[in-house]
Design a protein around this ligand. Structure first.
Ligand code: BES
Ligand code: MN
Ligand code: MN
Length: 462
């Protein structure tokens, strides 16, 4: 029987070219201008799953973008793996900061990817990582080595909050029944430091609007005499952190899970190059909540960040004006036990409370989700760990991530199953940013690691 390494040697050129074709489809879920492309991408996913060997694949319409669902059931007595991924991508803006067009993929070498990386929007998040699973399935089916049942659920709305997927999951619990959920939509520490993501942060995303006078005013005639919404908004935002960079919203930290010294010491063992981190970002020093390391700040601690702020005159030259309104978009990353609905309410109440007289504020929640932590004493984690050990020749380090995939907590609630997060991207792969890329080595390593997981998980479960 052929092993995966041989199969990769024979097919890697084709695997790379197929990914490149898939990346050419601009499946931006947030922008209605791309809705036809999103549909095209869903059809490409369907075709790829059928070609790889799924018995049935359906495209399910939703109130938003479609969900692609496929399966190959070989024996009801064997375990079932549910693979989740997303074929939608973030908007490519700002386009002029890309070195090559975002939907014309090219392969270029980088310091961290000496064997080349594919540059395109979605290369790493998540088309490239999702497609590794399609190619791993192809290998297992074509060489008669699929050891268990597999279901694929690939959605087109992850980057906009997965609202319709939540409905689909709640309505299709039986169809989606599984023993473990497998996702590659996160990262690892480095190519020679494999890691498995054991936690995701929750999220509450809100938009705020501060209204002062009923119209824009001359800043000479009215300046100093009325509340300036932009002045007020920035002052309010500044007050949301104290001098130790802790969030000042009352009750915000009450449910935050505090890790023991032992757990923190365990975390601190993961290699981290602070100087390299600062150098790569061209910053003199890191910044954040007092008393915590960088790795803790971006994984086990909650945060509040302004993602965008606007109002008034931002065009060429100068215009003397006091704007009637000012706006900001704010995200809060949450940790286990913090409930995103509750945090959204706490934020809203606090923001209304700190608004001075003379302005009115409106808080509009956008989307959110709960955080997730996966235990490491399960069959799923052990099988994943062994799979990495086989493929990388090294035991992977469990590591919590700072990012969010809100649907994961919902999977656990609705489908009662745990998720294994086998991510193969690097933090420096520029997901959501200009020049997003995914290492060719990482792509092929992922395809190699996945079948080992199927094998070990099935062996350990039966
Ligand atoms: N794949 C990312 C999340 C991610 C990336 C987790 C790297 C861990 C490591 C996902 O596509 C994403 O971008 N999620 C959003 C939230 C979503 C509701 C828009 C995020 O984390 O900002
Ligand atoms: Mn993603
Ligand atoms: Mn994303």
């Amino acid at each position: 029987m052929q092993n995966i390494k041989e199969y990769l040697t024979t097919n890697k050129e084709r695997f790379i070219n197929e990914l490149i074709e898939f990346l050419k489809i601009p499946s931006v879920s947030a922008d209605p201008a791309f809705s036809e492309d999103v549909i095209t991408a869903s059809k490409a996913v369907k075709k790829s799953l059928l070609d790889a060997g799924c018995d049935t694949v359906e495209i399910y319409e939703t109130d938003g973008h479609p969900i692609v669902y496929g399966e190959k059931i070989i024996n009801a007595d064997l375990p079932t793996i549910l693979v989740y991924g997303h074929y939608d991508v973030q908007p490519a803006d700002p386009i002029d900061l890309w070195d090559s067009p975002p939907f014309e993929p090219i392969i270029k070498k980088t310091e961290l990817h000496p064997e080349g990386a594919v540059f395109a929007r979605g290369a790493c998040d998540d088309k490239g990582q999702m497609y590794m699973h399609v190619k791993a399935l192809e290998f297992m089916v074509q060489t008669n080595q699929l050891p268990c049942n597999v279901k694929f659920m690939i959605e087109g709305e992850e980057e906009v909050g997965s609202n319709n997927l939540a409905v689909f999951v709640a309505n299709n619990k039986e169809k989606l029944a599984n023993d473990i959920i497998l996702i590659s939509d996160t990262g690892m520490i480095a190519n020679d430091v494999p890691s498995i993501t054991t936690g995701l942060r929750g999220l509450s995303y809100v938009e705020v609007e501060v209204t002062g006078p009923n119209r824009d005013l001359h800043s000479g005639l009215y300046g100093g005499a009325v509340a300036n919404p932009i002045n007020i908004l920035t002052k309010m935002i500044a007050s949301l952190h104290d001098e130790n960079n802790r969030i000042t919203i009352p009750v915000f930290y009450d449910k935050v899970e505090e890790l023991s010294q032992k757990e923190r010491a365990e975390m601190a063992k993961a290699p981290f190059d602070l100087e390299g981190y600062q150098k790569a970002l061209h910053i003199k020093t890191v910044y954040g909540e007092k008393g915590y390391t960088t790795n803790e700040r971006n994984s086990i601690r909650p945060t509040l960040d302004v993602n965008g702020i606007w109002g008034g005159y931002t065009g060429e030259g100068a215009k003397t004006v006091i704007a009637g309104k000012a706006y900001a978009k704010i995200s809060m990353r949450l940790v286990p036990n913090q409930d995103w609905h509750e945090i959204t309410e706490l934020f809203t109440a606090h923001f209304e409370h700190i608004a001075p007289e003379g302005v009115t504020v409106k808080v509009t929640p956008h989307h959110g989700g709960q955080g997730y932590v996966t235990p490491i004493d399960t069959i799923g984690y052990k099988a994943a760990s062994k799979a990495y050990e086989t493929a990388f020749g090294k035991k992977p380090i469990p590591q919590r991530s700072g990012g969010s995939i809100p649907i994961v907590a919902l999977f656990e609630k609705e489908l009662k199953s745990k998720t294994i997060l086998m991510g193969f991207g690097l933090d420096s792969d520029a997901i959501h940013s200009p020049n997003e890329h995914f290492g060719v080595w990482n792509y092929l390593k992922g395809i190699e690691t996945i079948p080992y997981f199927y094998e070990y998980f099935t062996a350990m479960s039966t």
